[in-house]
Design a protein around this ligand. Structure first.
Ligand code: GAL
Length: 679
């Protein structure tokens, strides 16, 4: 893979908004030019300091092959510059124009069963397509040269949500690219045969020419082939991004680049991509119909912040109110959009942007909310958006501050891809569900947490949590073992440490590379039927329920801290604890009910001397902290439906309540936010 340098955003031009940036996707091509002057006037009214523009402009700036019309876009950029609105300029390559797929139908992606995906939506390109990449790069050359010195240009927004609709392609060109990728990875076909265990089911290859992507097959395609195809597909998308980035670095070396992740998205390994960005950005659409939406969003925010080791990041898209793409699209009730925006800031964001500026009249997203709704500016949404824009601008000192965490939760895309393959003891294991089950108790307790890949330096953490780390390289297992040996605390959950990088079971009994540190072996997997639960008996005499999965654990130094109380493994360990070196390692052999998971997490945090940002938080109140040159800020966010009383350790002032006197007690209304600092 080609590597390009990556320069921290701090070392480049700062984002012009000297504080928390606010704005949205600006798509002026949807509107007659008369509207544009009103757009910038309203942007000022709404406190907009940054827009991301041009995302879907390819067909208008290049209406025919090689015939460019940037004049109209010059006027867009000039208007924005004139109003002092900075631009995160999109490279315009997210949706190829109709002429490109008409002249080159081979750019269209194909599914695993050989169906072609036609134009008419967006992102209808095969990530391996040379023709697509050549045309994209040619456009980016023009764009970069044209706007390199434009005063509005602040950042580059490469592509848009890579892999959102077309994460993988199984066409012949992808097949050829996959073979090239494999031959680079393995060198010779014998190494591939070994890595893919092709002795099984007579799959041995004589040459790379025989290898295909895992297309629709009569039964389970080779798992290692599927795993490598996930890696390859992620890499093919990354190569599209890097091809554009290379042009931008050459022409505008001082302008930072980003690309917006779509939440924590299985096809795109955010940790690998983030190393190629100057600032990480993400799109998060909290669901007003989901009462735990803040927890899953919180997890995404923590992944995003951790992807570049705590560097402030950007919420590049959220909805001002409803979306259009769920089955039932509830609007955000009053105050929730503000709350969820502050949540992003509380978890490290320095920018809060929306999709989109002005609500479309036509097209697939006309029922998606926008900052300027169909009803215009006399609407609740415009009022809330404008109030928030000014509120965010009122606390500029937050920008640039960072949070620290004593806890790291391990997430590995390779393991995620492998865990969710078919032909497993249970196909009900879902990486995100398990990760969230381990994340939620920390979130609820107000414990700051980073989310890290398994090869990240763990020395600064007191506690590391590894939920379902199914695929684990020997050297990463050694690092976890050394972490505990040196005094760290480790919590590992079931079906972890099972296979190597090629999805081959580690020899030596499950979970071979973690047996020493955990002080146990797992003799047999015992997944449960869909509706089944088992009892778990805790040392204090209480009984909780568990479901999904159980395992026959044989302690080899670890002691049981909870046992199965019913089912085929009754009397055997369900949770164990092992003193190892200077530290402790816990193992959870089932999926505990949320209350039991919370109690266990609290115990483990206590043992590891991990404290929450504030002790004794009321239910549904989130607490985080950010610190830096601007000072130390404690964020309190009430995600509940009732007001909450919070006791503070010392008198503090709320930056969002100007004029309020310092107090050591605080009443936070439902959906309320406080940004506290010492007077
Ligand atoms: C994102 C996308 C935007 C818009 C938005 C609607 O996935 O980047 O262009 O479609 O969703 O929620």
């Amino acid at each position: 893979m080609r590597q390009t340098d990556s320069v921290p955003i701090d070392a480049r031009r700062r984002l012009r908004p000297a504080g928390i940036a606010c704005g949205g996707d600006y798509n002026p091509e949807q509107w007659p030019e008369e509207v544009w002057a009103e757009d910038v006037a309203l942007m000022k009214e709404a406190g907009v300091s940054l827009v991301t523009a041009g995302i879907f402009s390819w067909a208008k700036v290049e209406p025919r092959p090689g015939a460019y019309d940037f004049d109209w876009f010059d006027r867009v950029m000039d208007n924005l510059a004139g109003a002092g609105v900075a631009v995160c300029l999109a490279t315009m390559t997210a949706s190829p124009p109709p002429w490109l797929s008409r002249l080159h139908p081979e750019i269209l992606p194909e599914t695993a069963d050989g169906r072609r995906m036609w134009p008419g939506g967006r992102q209808h390109y095969c990530p391996s397509s040379r023709v697509y990449r050549e045309h994209a790069v040619r456009l980016v050359e023009r764009l970069a040269a044209r706007y390199a010195d434009h005063p509005a240009l602040e950042m580059w927004h490469i592509g848009n949500e890579y892999g959102c609709h077309t994460p993988m392609c199984w066409c012949d060109e992808s097949a050829a690219d996959f073979r090239r990728w494999l031959s680079e990875r393995y060198g010779d076909v014998d190494a591939l045969n070994d890595a893919w265990s092709t002795a099984f089911w007579a799959q041995r290859y004589e040459s790379f020419d025989e290898v295909l992507p895992p297309r629709l097959a009569p039964t389970f395609p080779n798992p290692a082939q599927q795993l490598d195809f996930a890696r390859f597909s992620d890499d093919a998308l990354l190569q599209c991004y890097l091809a554009e980035k290379e042009v931008l670095r050459r022409i505008t070396p001082d302008v930072p680049v980003t690309t917006n992740f779509i939440g924590v998205h299985k096809p795109v390994d955010a940790f690998r991509w983030a190393a190629e960005e100057d600032a990480v950005s993400v799109d998060v659409y909290q669901d007003p119909h989901d009462e735990n939406t803040q927890v899953s969003a919180g997890f995404i925010f923590d992944v995003t912040r951790s992807a570049r080791a705590g560097q402030p990041w950007m919420l590049l898209e959220q909805a001002p109110s409803a979306v259009n793409w769920r089955d039932r699209n509830g609007p955000k009730p009053p105050g929730r959009m503000r709350l969820w925006s502050w949540q992003a800031v509380a978890q490290g964001a320095d920018a809060v942007l929306y999709f989109q500026w002005r609500q479309s009249r036509g097209g697939a997203e006309k029922y998606h909310s926008a900052m300027v709704p169909h009803g215009g500016t006399g609407t609740r949404v415009f009022r809330e958006v404008s109030e928030l824009g000014h509120e965010l601008a009122s606390v500029p000192r937050i920008a640039g501050t960072r949070s620290t965490a004593d806890v790291a939760l391990v997430l590995d895309w390779n393991s995620w891809w492998a865990l969710e393959l078919d032909s497993h003891p249970s196909t009900a294991l879902n990486q995100m569900e398990i990760a969230l089950a381990h994340y939620r108790p920390l979130f609820e307790a107000g414990v700051n947490c980073d989310v890290v890949p398994p090869d990240r330096d763990l020395s600064g953490y007191r506690l590391v949590i590894a939920p379902n780390l199914y695929l684990l390289k020997e050297r990463d297992a050694e690092r976890l073992t050394d972490f505990v040996r040196g005094g760290g605390h480790l919590l590992v959950s079931f079906f972890s440490g099972i296979v190597d990088d090629c999805d081959r079971v580690h020899s030596g009994g499950y979970p071979a590379p973690l047996r020493e540190v955990l002080g146990l072996r797992v003799e047999e997997f015992w997944p449960l039927a869909e509706q089944d639960t088992v009892d778990v008996r805790h040392p204090d005499g209480t009984v909780s329920r568990a479901d999904l999965w159980t395992e026959a654990v044989v302690p080899e130094g670890a002691r049981a801290v909870a046992e199965f109380g019913s089912g085929p493994l009754a009397g055997q360990p369900a949770v164990t604890r092992h003193s190892f070196g200077e530290g402790q390692a816990w193992y959870v052999a089932t999926r505990l009910a949320p209350e039991a998971m919370r109690a266990l997490t609290d115990d483990v945090c206590r043992a590891a001397s991990v404290s929450p940002v504030l002790p004794g938080l009321p239910e549904h109140v989130q607490a985080t902290a950010r610190e830096g040159d601007g000072g130390r800020f404690v964020f309190l966010l009430n995600h509940g439906r009732e007001e909450a009383e919070i006791q503070l350790p010392e008198p503090m002032t709320d930056a969002l309540a100007p004029g309020a006197i310092p107090a050591d007690r605080l009443t936070l209304p439902a959906a309320g936010v406080a940004v506290l600092s010492k007077p």
